[in-house]
Design a protein around this ligand. Structure first.
Ligand code: FEO
Length: 161
């Protein structure tokens, strides 16, 4: 049985995953407004993935007899000065998620909470992928340096996600 402290931390992360989806929706909306539909599509898909992450927490909390509680969401950043800034923001957000997953894992290890440790393993691997995909896009955007043809090609590539 997970401790009350652990259940609260898992519920906080459930809410943070939902908030992540909300952040990505705001980024997608900026890209749509700037006519970069491929980038917008990529970020919408990312938003959906965050909902799936949240639901993994939802199901796990229920499986261990906890109670999921919804929390207030802060307003995400809605305005950006460039596509590079969007994806830099996405990477910073993923780094924050990674640090939160690591903190949860530290807590589970400290409490010898083996089911939670096992549950979190999937997220440890997922975060490596999430950070890598944002870094790959940032490195392309840095090379493109706002060149329209380059942006168009990248947009087309991201529409295939
Ligand atoms: Fe759920 Fe992108 O971390």
């Amino acid at each position: 049985m997970a401790s009350e402290k652990m259940l609260k931390a898992l519920n906080d992360q459930f809410n943070f995953e939902l908030l992540s989806g909300y952040y990505y929706m705001a980024m997608a909306s900026y890209c749509s407004a700037e006519d970069m539909e491929g980038m917008s599509h990529f970020l919408h898909e990312q938003s959906k993935e965050e909902y799936e992450h949240a639901m993994k927490f939802y199901e796990f909390i229920n499986d261990i007899d906890g109670r999921v509680k919804m929390q207030a969401m802060e307003e995400p950043k809605n305005d950006y000065s460039s596509f590079l800034e969007v994806f830099q923001e996405a990477l910073s957000h993923e780094e924050l998620v990674t640090s939160k997953i690591n903190d949860l894992l530290d807590m589970a290890i400290e409490e010898k909470d083996y089911p939670t440790m096992q549950f979190l393993q999937w997220f440890v691997e997922e975060q490596v992928e999430e950070e890598a995909s944002m870094k790959a896009i940032i490195s392309k955007l840095e090379r493109i340096k706002g060149n329209f043809n380059g942006l168009y090609q990248l947009d087309k590539q991201l529409s295939a996600r």
